[in-house]
Design a protein around this ligand. Structure first.
Ligand SMILES: *Cc1c(COP(=O)(O)O)cnc(C)c1O
Length: 398
């Protein structure tokens, strides 16, 4: 019985990358090869992402944040422009807009699925809107068709940090995108330690991202120094330094080959949480989109019923006391200090994102999480609020 499970001795981390022998071997091979910055392994990783996602261009970068920044810069977004961003996301989705001197316009989310609400995006479009950023929250897809219809001629770019392997209505995220950006931070579905990938359709946009990725210099070090190339260079315009080194891309090569297996392991664990949570009245998984989709299960996000009298922050603290890690995805971005100060947002401006920001908790989810670990999470949830909880029914747990 779950209630009889003793508290854990060992802490259960909220996230843990899956690093296997082939990952270690590829990194060691890179170290021994004599070339550790951007070169053949980054090129191979880009090719694998192009093939996997079915996008014409893939550009490896140091993070998804760097990728979003480069993408908007390459699109020419700057002062006087507006970019629509969901209010429920990691802050970098909005920070990059601010860094380019443009205005962030926040859109609210669907109260059940927490995906950006296309109708709210439509209300916030204006003559200065240069892009709409969709976030595929938790690894489920935003409603891309509705967002594209709402945005009209304005490009919908995708913060796909959670969404490698996600599909919406039969199309994999990135395959039909104007542009999408993936993350390989250690918390994400595959990792390079730190890293990201921009995929896009337009040839000229890809060329401009490539130029801005490396100082505004067209030939990177691999092209200049390898195979007897000449060391000369020119700067066409000042660029950033956002190229992914081979030492990190090495991990991407082996990790991407395992994406489907690792996402399937995540889905299995998510289904087990669904069954475990059935017995709890006060904490429930967030809603699933009605449109056909494939969920990459980056996160398992549950929501604490505000009428239960159990506070989300108290719950996270109580889980921590029982050595169970939990995550918070996300506090509403428009109420963080910079955005409040810059745009004068007050509580009540984006009610669905704000309510979610106060009620959501992410449970540990990764391929190496065991069924026993998940029973420990359920036991810790039960002990955190015994008076409010009906016991989960272990018989129904897969
Ligand atoms: C993780 C994350 C990012 C940033 O990814 P980095 O690779 O760490 O820069 C951006 N957006 C969302 C929604 C994320 O979860």
């Amino acid at each position: 019985m779950i209630i009889d499970r003793p508290p854990r001795d060992e802490p259960l981390p909220f996230c843990r990358p899956t690093i296997e022998d082939d990952d270690v071997a590829e990194v060691v091979a890179c170290l021994r090869s004599g070339w550790i910055t951007t070169g053949p392994r980054a090129a191979r990783f880009e090719q694998m992402v192009r093939e996997r996602v079915g996008a014409p261009h893939a550009l490896a970068v140091t993070s998804a944040t760097a990728g979003l920044h480069l993408l908007l810069a390459a699109m020419g977004v700057g002062p006087g422009d507006e970019v629509i961003v969901p209010a429920l996301t990691w802050p970098s989705t909005a920070n990059v807009v601010e860094l380019l001197g443009a205005r962030t316009v926040f859109a609210d989310v669907d109260p059940a699925t927490l995906q950006v609400d296309p109708a709210d995006v439509a209300r916030r479009l204006g003559p200065r809107t240069r892009a709409v950023i969709a976030v595929h929250f938790a690894g489920a897809p935003a409603d891309l068709d509705a967002l594209r219809a709402a945005a009209g001629p304005v490009p919908v770019i995708e913060d796909a940090a959670h969404a490698l392997g996600t599909a919406c209505r039969g199309r994999e995220v990135g395959s039909d995108s104007f542009a999408a950006v993936f993350s390989f931070h250690p918390i994400k579905n595959i990792t390079t330690g730190e890293g990201g990938m921009v995929v896009c359709r337009d040839d000229a946009l890809a060329e401009r991202i490539r130029l801005l990725r490396f100082h505004g210099v067209r030939r990177d070090a691999w092209k200049r120094y390898a195979h007897g190339g000449s060391p000369g260079y020119d700067v066409e315009e000042p660029g950033y330094k956002h190229n992914l080194p081979d030492l990190l891309a090495a991990l991407g090569v082996t990790q991407l080959a395992k994406l489907d297996r690792m996402n399937a392991a995540r889905a299995e664990r998510a289904a087990r949480y669904d069954a475990l949570l059935e017995g709890f009245g006060w904490i429930r998984p967030i809603g699933r989109a009605a449109y056909p989709h494939v969920h990459a299960w980056h996160l398992y996000v549950a929501r604490v019923d505000p009428s239960s009298g159990i506070g989300r922050d108290e719950l996270i603290a109580a889980l921590g006391e029982q050595k169970v890690g939990a995550g918070l995805h996300f506090p509403a971005v428009h109420l963080l200090s910079h955005y409040r100060r810059t745009y004068g947002y007050a509580p009540g401006s984006l009610p669905s994102a704000e309510a979610a920001g106060e009620q959501v908790v992410s449970l540990p989810l990764y391929p190496t999480l065991t069924p026993g670990d998940q029973l420990d999470v359920a036991a810790a949830l039960f002990r955190a609020a015994p008076a409010a909880a009906a016991l989960p029914q272990p018989a129904t747990v897969p």
